[in-house]
Design a protein around this ligand. Structure first.
Ligand code: PHE
Length: 366
């Protein structure tokens, strides 16, 4: 056996016997490292005569290649064995329950707005929207409240310094009623819309926050009268409170944009000091609770909406959404609605996965 054959034989045996990757690496250094035995043989080539190099050169090259190949082959085997051992040692118990995913919840205001949109959709109402930063003209003037109209003082308005395109100052809308004007101007008649959204007034206590939510309703058509308004309010309130015993009372009121104007009260019964909706408020132990403002759309508002009031009539109503949520789901402090306290939301919020439907009422609580 030549010297190179001896080295190759010995190297292959030891490589095949290497127990792990660390041992294999030690062998690589021993043979092919800078001070390695095969590397040392390579260095002898330089000192050889050309004839000797002709025969020895290929032999030494072949040795180096054989050792390199043997190392690589053994490395593949050891790596595969290491993976097998790891897979055998690690067990995955697929029967363990997965950790609970944290789930957000739907805010009661969003939930109630969805419920309202659904109820009114069944009555043929579409959803309309308008800007929260509003022009004085849409918020007041076109709703029959010209500048210096005393009713403007009823709204504690947040004004911007900017002059509005249609005169006056820009402002944060104080109610959703400007959407009445915008929709009439944009779509004409007939109309059946609700307009839910944020409104702003400079006011703050347990039942008032500077930002709150309203939903506006507007119907414009031919031959519309107060009976249509009363039926719509009754139907919607029974569906919303999921209570057929709801009784409403229309009480004369005043809004510049409706004529006549009526406030709708809902009858309740005092049970253990708590108000339970249902029944006439005139019965013994009962009372009336003010719920919303409404009326027949003022002729001047129909004109401001670009329509002929001799041809088109309508009714409108506006309700506080937050108040509806408090009444239906039994919360008592309006300010908690907007504190952003995650614990409150977990308690009062709704599951995002349950679908509210009119027929099924609200979905499962979160
Ligand atoms: N916009 C009135 C308010 O905010 C409510 C209302 C709307 C009254 C529509 C009548 C008709 O108080």
């Amino acid at each position: 056996m030549s010297e190179t054959q001896t080295i190759e034989h010995d190297a292959k045996a030891r490589i095949a016997a290497a127990a792990d990757l660390a041992a294999l690496e030690a062998l690589r250094v021993e043979f092919l490292g800078k001070q390695g035995s095969v590397s040392a043989l390579m260095k002898t080539l330089g000192k050889m005569s050309p004839e000797e190099r002709q025969t020895k050169g290929p032999e030494i090259q072949a040795l180096r290649q054989a050792v390199t190949d043997a190392l690589a082959a053994r490395k593949d085997v050891l790596e595969a064995e290491a993976l097998e051992a790891k897979l055998a040692a690690e067990t995955l118990d697929l029967t363990l329950p997965a950790p609970a995913a944290t789930r957000g919840s739907v805010h009661p205001v969003s939930q109630v707005m969805d419920e309202l949109a659904e109820i009114f959709a069944d009555l043929g109402f579409a959803v309309a929207t308008g800007p929260e930063i509003e022009d004085d003209w849409y918020n007041f003037t076109a709703l029959n409240m010209p500048e210096s109209h005393p009713a403007r003082a009823m709204h504690d308005t947040f004004y911007f310094p900017d002059t509005a395109p249609k005169g006056g100052k820009m402002l944060l809308r104080t109610h959703t009623s400007p959407v009445q004007i915008r929709t009439m101007l944009a779509e004409g008649a007939p109309l059946r819309i609700i307009a839910p959204g944020r409104v702003y007034r400079s006011d703050s206590d347990a039942t008032h926050t500077p930002m709150f939510h309203q939903i506006e309703g507007l119907v414009i058509d031919k031959g519309i009268h107060l009976g249509h308004l009363k039926w719509t309010l009754e139907t919607f309130l029974k569906a919303f409170f999921e209570n057929e015993d709801i009784v409403i009372r229309l009480r004369p009121s005043y809004f510049p944009f409706t004529e006549p104007s009526v406030e709708a009260d809902v009858g309740f019964e005092l049970v253990d000091g708590k108000r339970v909706l249902g029944g006439s408020g005139d019965a013994p132990g009962h009372g009336w609770m003010e719920l919303l403002g409404s009326g027949m759309v003022n002729r001047r508002v129909i004109e401001m909406g670009g329509l002929d009031p001799d041809e088109w009539q309508g009714f409108a109503f506006g309700i506080g959404v937050d108040r509806l949520a408090m009444l239906k789901y039994g919360m008592d402090d309006l300010r908690a609605f907007f504190d952003g306290d995650a614990r409150w939301l977990q308690h009062y919020g709704f599951s995002a996965l349950a679908q509210p439907t009119l027929s099924a009422g609200v979905g499962e609580r979160a």
